[in-house]
Design a protein. Structure first.
Length: 218
């Protein structure tokens, strides 16, 4: 289940370390930034495709978390791509998702991407200093995926998709390109209980998550 990464590559804006930043404050800043830019990006797609019915949104990232890109699709967009409702491509963001931003296609969510690139660069340059700012590297990836997932849940619950969702439901998750095993659990664990039961079953089957995630509705 792969898709083309469109995550923009940006240079670090500030080479000076933020001395009082903690893992918690970084994740909260990431959440607020992803929430703001995510709402703006998805609103652009709704404005560009008026009258279409949305069924899925996601934030795509690559394996090293160097950026994020918003994807969304509609029932009409799926048909334009040549796929039907029963095709597994329904759940694979990329060419099978038929919505595009247009001229600014590669410049979505730049501040969120900058935060992720800065963190990645910090780990590469000085792991001990990065650990103080972002936490242990082994936990950084699942924690960051959970933070981006929380932003998506808030976007979904904000009401911007009101009257634009199929049967008043929406599937949403953070998609890691070329993901495997534990990474797929990280993708869906934070959101699975929020999804429609049928959508959750299809996603768990497609990404081979049966038995890895319990859909606890509490």
């Amino acid at each position: 289940c792969e898709t083309d990464a469109r995550t923009p590559q940006k240079t670090r804006k500030n080479d000076k370390p933020v001395m009082n930043e903690t893992p918690g404050s970084f994740q909260e800043k990431l959440y607020e930034t992803a929430l703001s830019e995510g709402k703006q990006s998805f609103q652009k797609l709704m404005d560009k495709y008026p009258g279409e019915t949305f069924y899925g949104i996601c934030l795509y990232t690559n394996n090293d978390l160097r950026g994020v890109y918003p994807f969304a699709n509609t029932v009409e967009g799926l048909k334009r791509s040549g796929y039907g409702w029963d095709d597994e491509e329904k759940w694979i963001p990329g060419e099978s998702w038929g919505l595009e931003f247009g001229e600014d296609d590669k410049t979505q969510m730049p501040e969120t991407t900058s935060l992720l690139i800065d963190a990645s660069d910090d780990y590469a340059q000085d792991e001990q200093a990065a650990k103080a700012r972002y936490g242990d590297f082994n936990q950084f990836k699942p924690t960051t995926i959970a933070t981006l997932s929380r932003a998506l849940v808030t976007v979904r619950d904000s009401g911007i998709f009101k009257n634009r969702m199929i049967h008043d439901r929406m599937a949403y998750w953070v998609h890691i390109g070329d993901s495997h095993g534990q990474e797929r659990k990280w993708m869906f664990q934070p959101v699975i209980k929020h999804l429609n039961e049928q959508d959750a079953k299809e996603l768990q089957s497609l990404f081979e998550l049966d038995g890895m995630i319990e859909r606890d509705l509490n």
